[in-house]
Design a protein around this ligand. Structure first.
Ligand SMILES: Nc1ncnc2c1ncn2[C@@H]1O[C@H](COP(=O)(O)OP(=O)(O)O)[C@@H](O)[C@H]1O
Ligand SMILES: [Mg+2]
Length: 301
């Protein structure tokens, strides 16, 4: 129910901003997360800017997906990107991890301006992500899927790996150990040998998070990690996201439709609408921003 709140209330315009409409379901999530949020509020500390996006524009033929968008991401924060469907949120994540190359703008990551970059290069720089539509090998087990998250970290040559020899063997053990740690962390021991395709949707989303975490990212990009989940599954996912943030200090860029969740767990929120940035700031500031309210009420379009 809660994940529908945005789409359902969003542009429909029933006289209430989306977060008021969402409050019934999201409130339940918020209540259950009460303790976690307190803790989160206490450990919140803005680090340095590690990702600076400056005047980014991206078009597909005549479609302007992103127009002159600037915002930054600070180390260790949870940065949410919100906006109605088609606003350009997923495109923005694709720009950050090198899937799309903007026609205009600058991207500075950890002090270095980035030119065209392949997603594997972004992964090697410590950026991992999950996708709006789950991207896992459905026929493979949970364990093997999570293992693919280690790909960018394999060091020994192909031959050594093929022969299961010397350094390759040590390396493989190391990867297995890390994968088991992630499995314990996300509490999915019981399904480690299950083919992903047989799992319910909520657990598949968790496995995808596990695959991303296996890469030991310093920045995690999550594209609607709670979409399609029930309230209980959302609570679990919220907890895991906060735990990752607290325990590993991972910087998180999160696209999410559930306004209750966004307002509860993010440090700062950027709001996109029709490829343009219409709001940026703390959850409270964004909630009170007239442009944002207008976009969500469907007025002025
Ligand atoms: N690969 C692509 N080719 C053409 N158009 C695209 C592509 N990716 C996104 N778009 C367009 O860019 C706009 C923003 O899409 P998207 O970033 O997926 O929005 P959101 O994630 O906010 O729903 C939409 O109009 C969409 O159709
Ligand atoms: Mg999207």
């Amino acid at each position: 129910m809660t994940q529908m709140a945005w789409q359902g209330v969003g542009r429909g315009g029933d006289g209430q901003p989306a977060w008021s409409g969402a409050s019934a379901g999201a409130g339940a999530t918020a209540q259950a997360l009460g303790g976690v949020q307190m803790e989160h509020a206490q450990v919140r500390q803005a680090g340095d800017v590690i990702l600076d996006l400056q005047n980014i524009s991206l078009a597909f033929g005549g479609v302007k997906a992103l127009t002159d968008i600037s915002f930054d991401v600070r180390e260790h924060e949870i940065r949410a990107i919100i906006g109605p469907n088609g606003a350009g949120k997923s495109s923005m994540l694709n720009v950050i991890n090198g899937v799309y190359h903007p026609q205009q703008g600058r991207i500075v990551f950890r002090g270095e301006e980035r030119r065209k970059m392949h997603p594997t290069a972004a992964a090697r720089q410590g950026i991992a992500r999950t996708f709006q539509n789950i991207a896992l090998f459905k026929g493979m087990t949970v364990l093997d899927n999570i293992m693919t998250g280690r790909n960018t970290r394999f060091r020994s040559g192909l031959l050594a790996n093929a022969l299961w020899w010397g350094p390759a063997r040590n390396e493989e053990m190391q990867h297995r150990r890390k994968v088991e740690e992630v499995i314990d962390f996300l509490e999915i021991q019981a399904i480690r040998k299950t083919p992903v395709g047989r799992l319910p949707y909520g657990l598949q989303k968790r496995v995808e998070l596990a695959r991303a975490l296996a890469a030991e990212p310093s920045m995690l990009l999550l594209d609607e990690p709670m979409a399609g989940m029930n309230v209980e599954e959302k609570q679990d996912m919220c907890r895991f996201i906060l735990d990752v943030n607290h325990q590993f200090g991972t910087t998180i860029v999160l696209i999410e439709h559930d306004m209750g969740v966004v307002m509860d767990i993010s440090d700062r929120v950027v709001v996109l609408d029709y490829g343009k940035k219409i709001g940026d700031g703390t959850p409270e500031a964004v909630k009170a921003n007239p442009d944002v309210i207008r976009a969500y009420l469907g007025a002025g379009h």
